[in-house]
Design a protein around this ligand. Structure first.
Ligand code: SF4
Length: 204
């Protein structure tokens, strides 16, 4: 069993914070161990909690389309969350829950050593861009020690707001050259070919 698999087993048994009492099952994250890109969401929702997998609902469907637009599938990237267990009623995770869960994400980053980290939504953005506003800095890459950190909107927010959907599409599109370096030979199917945002949203 790999170290990432051992970590996932620890997460599934974890009782470090109150979310263990209300979760169906923990969602450690998934993806190849050599994935150059790590996506970090906020926490599992209802469907993720049921299936034990990240981003499997409507947000996941949108994420897969956005990845396809830059030539990737979800199997090319590692997908994790800031907290591994679902907060009740989909509330934001509390600071002590985020702190309790942080060592797991820290260890995932250590083991994966990704070249690009995409934060999805403001909770995961706050970990790398504290005090910033996602509406101001979304899509802007910050390089630290050869690792690129990119704050992105959360797919669920983009599904609620057509303006953010357009911004999220553009933010993914501008990653295409980097993706081509990290995954030689890949090219995407631009979402810009979709007729308009309203029709795009209707796909989900
Ligand atoms: S959210 Fe994290 S710290 Fe809390 S019980 Fe789940 S795995 Fe453990």
């Amino acid at each position: 069993m790999s170290e990432l698999d051992q970590l996932a087993a620890q997460i599934r048994a974890c009782q470090r914070c109150r979310l263990a009492q209300t979760r169906g099952q923990a969602v450690p994250g998934e993806g190849p161990e050599n994935a150059p890109i790590l996506l970090i969401g906020e926490g599992p929702g209802a469907q993720e909690d049921r299936q034990g997998r990240p981003f499997v609902g409507r947000s996941g469907a949108l994420l897969e389309k956005l990845l396809a637009s830059i030539g990737l599938s979800r199997g090319d990237v590692f997908i994790a969350n800031v907290v591994k267990c679902r907060p009740p009623e989909n509330r934001d995770p509390l600071p002590d829950e985020i702190a309790a869960c942080q060592p797991y994400l820290d260890r995932q980053v250590e083991l994966l050593r990704p070249r690009l980290i995409l934060t999805l939504g403001r909770i995961s953005m706050a970990r790398y861009f504290p005090g910033q506003s996602i509406t101001r800095i979304h899509g802007q890459i910050r390089w630290v020690d050869d690792v690129g950190y990119v704050p992105m909107f959360h797919p669920a927010a983009a599904l609620r707001n057509p303006q953010w959907m357009a911004a999220m599409r553009a933010d993914f599109a501008q990653l295409a050259p980097l993706v081509a370096e990290l995954y030689p030979g890949r090219s995407g199917e631009p979402l810009a070919s979709a007729p308009d945002d309203a029709q795009q949203m209707s796909l989900f």
